[in-house]
Design a protein around this ligand. Structure first.
Ligand code: F6P
Length: 319
């Protein structure tokens, strides 16, 4: 039986983390379980940076981006001794179980802690949508909305100047933000880790669009692929468009979560608490075909992400 649970955020923040914290807290309190917020991820855990949570501790945070708990990356958490210390700290504080909101790095920590006797449940909090076992992660939809808003604005100005806007979006090594944005914004070209990078093909396509009378072009490219300023400059040299590069950067991680992310986080938070009450640990929560699901973290970490072939096919059918 569990009496007290902890909740922490780890890794890069994402819009909707607060909605998840609120859900975990309110659901647990309504089920008669005490809640402790842990500030600054696993780092705060080791530092015993705990704050007891009541229902009002999570009031007025549903619409706020970021995380009221703060987040951090702690590479040392890969070390078994550090994990053991964290488990001892949790036992000392009489925290029986933990909900970890974050990406796959955070999941590894949650799994390691479960092996040390503290049941943990992972919630997928990242804008990257790069976690197996879930169709969507908390924050992806909001980040996508931000990208679409920005690209719509870039389209206005590039079409006034016969320009090609090269827009770099986040996603770490996952192209979902780029291809979903490409479809939603009507981009001309999408480049992701999944499509690969073929500069000659990009120049050919743009030259063809220019010759066909197109007034502007949008290229959406995932981060960590190439230097977008250099690509924009090559576009100016090799095609009829003047190239301009925009790196959207951390603006994609901020902002009030969309209703869809608020709902997702609230549903996932409830499931996490219910699993902990059942005595389950080492699982992560997902949404698959709009059903809230769970699977062992180890399985999620080992399963390759399903390629989004249908989305790439759709994108190619729309250009
Ligand atoms: O994982 C989320 C993410 O925003 C990635 O998209 C990006 O590559 C990375 O984090 C940026 O990390 P940082 O905030 O440490 O610069």
């Amino acid at each position: 039986m569990i009496r007290k649970i902890g909740v922490l955020c780890s890794g890069g923040d994402s819009p909707g983390m607060n909605a998840a914290i609120r859900s975990v807290t309110r659901v647990a309190l309504n089920r008669g379980i005490e809640v402790v917020g842990i500030r600054n991820g696993y780092k705060g855990l080791i530092e015993k940076n705990f704050v007891p949570f009541g229902k009002t501790s999570v009031s007025e945070i549903l619409a706020r981006g970021g995380t009221i708990l703060g987040s951090a990356r702690l590479p040392e958490f890969k070390n078994e001794e550090v994990v053991k210390k964290a488990a001892d700290i949790l036992r000392e504080a009489k925290i029986d179980a933990l909900v970890v909101i974050g990406g796959d790095g955070s999941y590894k920590g949650a799994n390691a802690l479960t092996k040390q006797g503290i049941n943990c449940i992972g919630l997928p909090g990242t804008i990257d949508n790069d976690i197996s076992g879930t169709d969507y992660t908390i924050g992806f939809d909001t980040a996508l909305n931000t990208i679409v808003e920005c690209v719509d604005k870039l389209r206005d100005t590039s079409s006034s100047h016969h320009r090609c806007s090269v827009v770099e979006v986040m996603g770490n090594h996952c192209g979902d933000l780029a291809v979903f944005a490409g479809i939603s914004c009507g981009a001309e070209i999408v480049i992701t880790p999944e499509t690969g990078y073929d500069e000659e093909m990009i120049m050919e396509k743009l030259a063809h669009l220019d010759n066909a009378g197109k007034n502007h072009a949008i290229v959406i490219i995932s981060e960590k692929i190439t230097d977008v300023a250099a690509l924009a400059s090559k576009i100016s040299t090799n095609t009829g468009f003047a190239g301009r590069a925009t790196v959207l950067g951390h603006i994609q991680r901020g902002g009030s979560p969309s209703p869809s992310d608020r709902l997702l986080a609230s549903r996932m938070g409830e499931k996490a608490v219910d699993l902990l009450i059942e005595g389950v640990g080492g699982h992560c929560i997902g949404i698959v075909d709009n059903e809230i699901t769970s699977m062992p973290i180890e399985e999620a970490l080992q399963t390759p992400r399903k390629p989004k072939k249908a989305f790439y096919r759709l994108f190619n059918s729309l250009v």
